[in-house]
Design a protein around this ligand. Structure first.
Ligand SMILES: [Zn+2]
Length: 257
């Protein structure tokens, strides 16, 4: 059963990843994510169904457009593979299929936010606000259905991680923006519903990764204002925590003894 579930989640994740590449490209440009069909940016030829298979098409086409042979960005198969892997990881990490689906959907949103932040140094409210509402509703629905999620944990996680970064953003006036604060709030909301240790691991890793990247950028002569975007660090912490937090917490507790 677990094998079937893992395969289904991975395949669905690859398809969602393909959709995310469209979201990542179009949402910051305020374009529709449903129409028109994807086209080659170089020659404008529409991308047919057989050239739209996640990862596989890129490999079969050797990373080039079928029509004009212009190179296709490796970001497309990378996002597809990462999403497939995240969905597979969620299927394996959570015994409850509904919780696994919640986490998989959450990781897809976080990944899109991180990729857009990398490209544009902004995390669009068009992604953050609907996600905050949708995942509040989803957590509440799972709680009503008697699944192992905590509403209080979700609220506390949102306040702790989102509120914590809000203070940092206001006080430090570093590169951190309100998009980062809202993304951290979303991470706190969903991971807080799973348990306090998820929020703790995600926040610790996110802040550590963000801090190290900022120091590295400053050492290379970047000015304070254009330090690296913080969203990808928050996303990295969230991804790792969602899949491995119980292991990290167990290791940390045993190391303290
Ligand atoms: Zn082309």
């Amino acid at each position: 059963m677990l094998v079937v579930r893992a395969v289904v989640f991975a395949a669905f994740g690859l398809a969602v990843g393909s959709f995310l590449t469209v979201v990542i490209h179009r949402v910051p440009r305020r374009e529709s994510i449903v129409a028109p069909r994807s086209a080659c940016p170089a020659c404008g030829a529409q991308i047919g169904a057989r050239d739209n298979i996640p990862v596989l098409s890129y490999l079969l086409l050797a990373g080039r457009c079928r029509h004009c042979r212009a190179p296709i960005s490796a970001e497309y198969p990378a996002v597809e593979a990462l999403t497939g892997g995240a969905f597979l990881g969620a299927a394996l990490a959570f015994g409850d299929v509904w919780v696994a689906a919640l986490v998989a959907g959450f990781l897809a949103v976080v990944e899109a936010a991180a990729a857009i932040d990398l490209h544009h140094r902004i995390i669009p409210n068009r992604i953050l606000y609907p996600s905050l509402v949708a995942f509040t509703v989803a957590v509440a629905a799972l709680w009503v259905a008697g699944r192992r999620v905590s509403l209080a944990g979700a609220a506390l996680g949102l306040l702790a991680y989102g509120g914590g970064l809000l203070v940092v953003a206001v006080v430090s006036r570093s590169g951190m923006g309100m998009g980062d604060v809202k993304l951290a709030g979303l991470v706190g909301l969903v991971l807080g519903a799973l348990g306090w240790q998820y929020v703790g691991v995600a926040a610790a890793l996110g802040i550590l990764a963000g801090g190290l990247l900022a120091i590295a950028a400053l050492l290379r002569g970047a000015r304070r204002k254009d330090v690296l975007p913080f969203g990808p660090s928050i996303a990295l912490g969230a991804l790792f925590s969602a899949l491995f937090a119980p292991h990290v917490a167990a290791w940390y507790t045993s190391a303290l003894r």
